[in-house]
Write a protein that binds this ligand. Structure first.
Ligand SMILES: CC(=O)N[C@H]1[C@@H](OP(=O)(O)OP(=O)(O)OC[C@H]2O[C@@H](n3ccc(=O)[nH]c3=O)[C@H](O)[C@@H]2O)O[C@H](CO)[C@@H](O)[C@@H]1O
Ligand SMILES: C=C(OP(=O)(O)O)C(=O)O
Length: 435
């Protein structure tokens, strides 16, 4: 288990370029299984989850070539289906959440898929019913081996169908779309998730020859095709990294420019940070955040306490609520952070309270943060990172705190943030990785 030793209280300054989006990468990488032709992907971040998925694809027989610092080609012309029955596969696949999205492509192209319970953050129940109900609607058979905790999905001749998803699951929608593109006839998916990750996936599939309409909405129509061809795809900048850098700049009174942010794809994210009183300036496609001594949390129009809650896209992504929460601790004003989707994602607030933050954890889903307006800086402490986004929230807290902090279990952070210590040190931070 590695740790970060972080010297707090330093102001950072400079430019930072966001990595390619982790959650988009996981979908796009799974889609390479849909064609025997070559697929080139650019802006692939060098992070644990993505690297694990690339290794898994390679173990499955996909030819993988690193063609540039952030570019790879993939050719799935000889997928080894027998490998799916090995313990090695089941173990490696369950090491990350994103691996679940190999099921849709495997089913579509080879009529069969296997998976052990996928990993990912332990942030509450993370059911997969939507994925399997969708596959069943396309005519696949689903079987769960309770003893070995393995999901089996089989179905040779998938047929397009109408489906109203029971929830707008991000990975569930991606999985069903990837199964439906090669099914016979028309599939309609209502209550589809429509995050930029999914828009990107659908656009890539269309370039491969798929026929998907309704991209960016919650109603997708898919006309099945017989086969798909190769393409080239470039990942969007990671919107969660961008939000994390905005929070970091505000907390540490730093002047930071986030380069090439593709602002028009960020949805409600910039305005949500603005409601927390953070000044953001759009300069072309860069986001400039000036050093700010004070930032004052807005209230609702009637003067009542602001609530920031997650919602499915185009609502505010749950993956940035931990960042909002930590950023509020040094703002002036009060905010209620309401994490509606996940049950155990706010449990890191005890660490912030230990550091001196004023937070009331109302229940597992809601925390009220009373901003200190920098009257009392947070204190450096030793803490453990429970999940990827809480990990970065704690890193931001440590960078703003008085004294030195140690953050253990930074493998969680490495899951989703590329060279974060080196990139922040280049802006003037003092983060030491202890292995
Ligand atoms: C690898 C990947 O891409 N992971 C992301 C993906 O996870 P993932 O695809 O696993 O998450 P889902 O979208 O399936 O669901 C997230 C949570 O929200 C709940 N839910 C979802 C939709 C809905 O309409 N109502 C509802 O309550 C689900 O029950 C679940 O608890 O999407 C999540 C939600 O944006 C993000 O936090 C994860 O970072
Ligand atoms: C929860 C997340 O990741 P995963 O779904 O991979 O656990 C996340 O990216 O914030």
């Amino acid at each position: 288990m590695s740790s970060f030793r972080v010297k707090g209280g330093l102001k950072l300054k400079g430019e930072i370029t966001p990595q390619g989006a982790k959650n988009e990468a996981l979908q796009i990488l799974c889609a390479v299984l849909l064609t025997p032709e070559k697929i080139t992907i650019n802006k692939i971040p060098n992070i644990r989850d993505v690297n694990k998925l690339i290794d898994l694809l390679s173990d499955m027989g996909v030819k993988v070539d690193k063609t540039g610092p952030e570019s790879y080609t993939f050719k799935a012309d000889q997928v080894d289906l027998k490998y799916l029955d090995t313990e090695d596969f089941l173990q490696k696949a369950s090491a990350l959440r994103g691996s679940v999205m190999i099921l849709g492509p495997l089913l579509a192209r080879f009529g069969t898929g296997r998976l052990s319970k996928p990993g990912g953050d332990k942030i509450g129940r993370r059911r997969m019913d939507t994925h399997f109900t969708g596959f069943q609607k396309l005519g696949a058979e689903f079987h769960y081996d309770n003893k070995r905790e393995i999901y089996h999905i089989d179905g040779k001749n998938l047929k397009g169908a109408y489906m109203l998803l029971d929830e707008a699951s991000v990975t569930g929608t991606a999985n069903i779309v990837m199964a439906a593109v090669l099914a016979e006839g028309k599939t309609t998916i209502y209550n589809a998730a429509c995050e930029p990750y999914l828009q990107q996936l659908c656009e890539m599939l269309n370039r491969m020859g798929a026929k998907i309409t309704g991209i960016g909405s919650n109603l997708l129509n898919i006309e099945g095709v017989k086969s798909l061809k190769g393409t080239e795809h470039t990942l969007l900048p990671d919107m969660i990294e961008i939000g994390s850098f905005i929070g970091l700049a505000a907390m540490t009174q730093s002047e930071i420019t986030i380069k090439d942010a593709q602002i028009h794809r960020l949805g409600i994210i910039p305005d949500t940070f603005r409601r927390m009183g953070i000044n953001l300036e759009f300069r072309g496609d860069d986001i400039y955040i000036p050093a700010q001594k004070h930032y004052i949390i807005d209230t609702f129009i009637d003067g009542s306490i602001l609530t920031i809650a997650d919602a499915i896209w185009p609502g505010f992504t749950p993956d940035l609520l931990s960042i909002v929460l930590v950023t509020a601790t040094q703002a002036k004003g009060t905010v209620l952070v309401h994490q509606k989707m996940f049950e155990s994602r706010l449990f890191f607030v005890d660490k912030l309270i230990d550091m001196g933050a004023q937070i009331i954890l109302c229940d597992p889903h809601r925390a009220t943060v009373i901003g200190l307006d920098r009257k009392y800086p947070l204190r450096g402490i030793r803490m453990t990172s429970p999940d990827i986004r809480a990990g970065v929230a704690l890193l931001i807290a440590a960078l703003s705190a008085e004294g030195t902090s140690v953050i253990d279990n930074i493998e969680q952070i490495d899951r989703g943030y590329q060279y974060i210590d080196q990139r922040l040190n280049a802006l003037g931070a003092d983060i030491v990785r202890i292995d």
